[in-house]
Design a protein around this ligand. Structure first.
Ligand code: CP
Ligand code: NVA
Length: 329
């Protein structure tokens, strides 16, 4: 049966079948080739989309804006200070109003229930641009990047997610792996291993697709990972947890030695970005100078090495977000 995602929300990959995810990935590859060839589709001509950001962003915001403009849509950006949402107007009323003006709504913020509520009341597709527990557009970009760099089907890929194995990126990857039959190994301190039995539908999805999800704390327990993935140790809104996280996660800094021990010879290094790989950012410098903390989750050597595909990954945010909008609008 032909895949038709028109009118669908994009809140988590758990809401999609493997074939539907395959469809969005194929569309993204196609849209990327077309952009390279200078072919304009204008498949969103006449559409209006709104971007709601309660947390900051470079890639996600710009990806939505460029993707929409490439396809002929018009964009409005609202941050948490510039709308009435959650101040003088409830989420439900905001969703109902925006649904009258716009053809699609992107939301980035805290609880997943907010994006779910928007979707319940808006009457137009709502896209999740990151919450505390998920980041599904990032996973599409990551899968696309893996397909560009490793000539094996996704189901044969082993990904080692290093660090905080229960943050939004770790969960987003578990959902993605479960759907696409991939092999996920969460590599980090036991204290941060999640209880995945409590995750509704996750183990059933793994059973159906042949995916595996495991956790370990020792590098010697992982061999031949195709992808070494990491993320910041304290995400947006978790900055007060920095000290305790550094204490737990310092042994899990991604180094060249770690890559050699747990990865294949030509493994790729991935990171959703922004990354702490040196002390050139205000946050890394401040943590070092004021608290004596080294918050780098990856060394500069790995970040800049031939294994690193982080900027291809960043570019693919745009092509995959375009695919999600084109497919659902
Ligand atoms: N990876 C990602 O979501 O980046 P931004 O926070 O810059 O959007
Ligand atoms: N875990 C990070 C991801 C940023 C894209 C955060 O939530 O801040």
């Amino acid at each position: 049966m032909a895949i038709n995602l028109r009118g669908r929300n994009f809140l988590t990959l758990m809401d999609f079948t493997q074939k539907e995810i395959r469809y969005m990935l194929d569309l993204a590859h196609d849209l990327k080739s077309k952009k390279r060839l200078g072919i304009r589709n204008e498949s969103l001509k006449g559409k209006n989309i709104v971007l709601l950001f309660e947390k900051s962003s470079t890639r996600t915001r710009c990806a939505f804006e460029v993707a929409a403009l490439d396809e002929g849509a018009h964009v409005t950006f609202l941050d948490s200070n510039s709308s009435q949402m959650n101040k003088k107007e409830s989420l439900e009323d905001t969703a109902k109003v925006l649904g009258r003006f716009y053809d699609g709504i992107e939301y980035r913020g805290y609880e997943q229930s907010v994006v779910e509520n928007l979707a319940k009341h808006a009457g137009v597709p709502v896209w999740n641009g990151l919450t505390d527990v998920d980041h599904p557009t990032q996973i599409l970009a990551d899968m696309m990047t893996i397909e560009e760099h490793i000539s094996k089907p996704l189901k044969d890929i082993k990904i080692a997610f290093v660090g905080d194995t229960r943050n939004n990126m770790a969960y987003a990857w578990m959902y993605g792996c479960a759907k696409m039959g991939m092999n996920f190994v969460g590599f980090g301190p036991k204290e941060l291993h999640p209880d995945i039995d409590k995750e509704e539908g996750l183990l059933e999805a793994c059973k159906k697709s042949g995916a595996t999800i495991e956790f370990c704390s020792e590098a010697s327990e992982i061999k031949n990972a195709d992808v070494i993935y990491t993320d910041v140790w304290a995400g947006m809104g978790e900055e007060d947890k920095l000290k305790e996280r550094v204490e737990l996660l310092a042994p899990y800094t991604v180094t060249m030695d770690m890559l050699k021990e747990i990865g294949t010879e030509d493994c790729i290094f991935m990171h959703c970005l922004p990354a702490f790989h040196d002390f050139e950012t205000g946050a890394a410098k401040k943590a070092k100078d004021e608290m004596g903390l080294d918050i780098r989750e990856v060394t500069d050597g790995v970040f800049r090495s031939k294994h690193s595909v982080v900027f291809d990954e960043a570019e693919n945010r745009m092509h995959t977000i375009k695919s999600v909008m084109v497919a659902t609008l």
